[in-house]
Design a protein around this ligand. Structure first.
Ligand SMILES: NC(=O)c1ccc[n+]([C@@H]2O[C@H](COP(=O)([O-])OP(=O)(O)OC[C@H]3O[C@@H](n4cnc5c(N)ncnc54)[C@H](OP(=O)(O)O)[C@@H]3O)[C@@H](O)[C@H]2O)c1
Length: 270
């Protein structure tokens, strides 16, 4: 019997994690969400019954510590796996380069700070709030969902210049995971950053504005040049299946601590 906590569990990959994990009656599955009532209603509507939705604000350490107390009572003190999945992809800069903000530096500055606040500091606060539970768990694994867009070799190979605040924040969180690994692998706690691939979650299905559609098509073109086998985005089901497999196989003994890898368990991002 294993316990899992998934952040950002109300939609997209987070919801899919909860859906797949809740199929095993031996699992204790907890979704961390910003709106518990809405997340519970969605889970019920989709026939997912064995899940505990717990509310917290990811940017507020006190709120996360309160949520950890709630989780502690659900799991009887421990937590085996934590999946740090919640994140924002800024709509302000998703299809803009840093050069596009030459005349409006303040907007880019705010955008970088917001991306860092949620995608980096939020993930760090989650670690601090839930580490005591992870220590008491059996598996002792904490993974952060990152993105191949934060891989320097991929950026250099594809020359994708837009979406910088998001990529910067994910690159920073990869470093944070490596630093936590350096600190805690002696205690048997695995920290890992995993990219989910390019996935057709609701977010990616939203029609891009006409001026951005061209850039979205260009991105797909660059993906095809970079990885000629790439034909379509993964479904959330395929991605989460692969992510769970990588997470379950990864271990400190195998040298995986602090790594930044893909859903394929290596540096192949697509
Ligand atoms: N989809 C892809 O192709 C792709 C590619 C690479 C990496 N990723 C990564 O995979 C993870 C999940 O992505 P997704 O496609 O499932 O995204 P999504 O559908 O936008 O869901 C993101 C989750 O993050 C939380 N979140 C969103 N905005 C937030 C905010 N302002 N403050 C705090 N939390 C917020 C939400 O959690 P609540 O439940 O609390 O509302 C939401 O459920 C993210 O870390 C993303 O960076 C996705």
């Amino acid at each position: 019997m294993s316990s899992y906590l998934i952040t950002g569990a109300s939609r997209g990959l987070g919801f899919e994690f909860v859906r797949q994990l809740a199929q095993d009656p031996d699992n204790t599955v907890i979704g961390l969400v910003r709106n518990k009532a809405a997340a519970e209603a969605k889970a019920k509507e989709q026939g997912i019954h064995r899940v505990h939705m717990v509310e917290a604000q990811y940017t507020d350490l006190a709120s996360l510590r309160e949520a950890a107390e709630v989780v502690k009572h659900i799991t009887n003190g421990g937590l085996d796996y934590l999946v740090n999945n919640a994140a924002i992809v800024s709509h302000i800069s998703e299809w803009k380069t840093m050069g596009d903000f030459d005349d409006d530096f303040e907007t880019m500055e705010r955008d970088i700070l917001e991306s860092l606040e949620i995608n980096l500091l939020g993930a760090i606060k989650i670690v601090h709030a839930f580490l005591p539970l992870i220590r008491n768990g059996k598996a002792k694994k904490l993974i952060t969902i990152s993105t191949g867009m934060a891989d320097i070799d991929l950026i250099n190979a594809t020359q994708v210049a837009f979406g910088s605040p998001y990529a910067i924040s994910k690159g920073a969180v990869n470093i944070a995971m490596a630093k936590y690994n350096a600190l805690y692998n002696k205690d048997g706690i695995l920290f890992l950053a995993i990219s989910p691939g390019y996935v057709s979650t609701e977010r990616n299905k939203v029609e891009a504005a006409p001026e951005d559609a061209e850039k979205a098509a260009m991105l797909v073109g660059k993906f095809v040049d970079y990885a000629p086998h790439f034909q379509r985005p993964l479904t959330p089901e395929e991605s989460v299946n692969a992510l769970l497999s990588v997470m379950h196989k990864a271990s400190i003994a195998n040298g995986d601590g602090g790594a930044f890898i893909s859903h394929l368990g290596n540096k192949q991002w697509l």
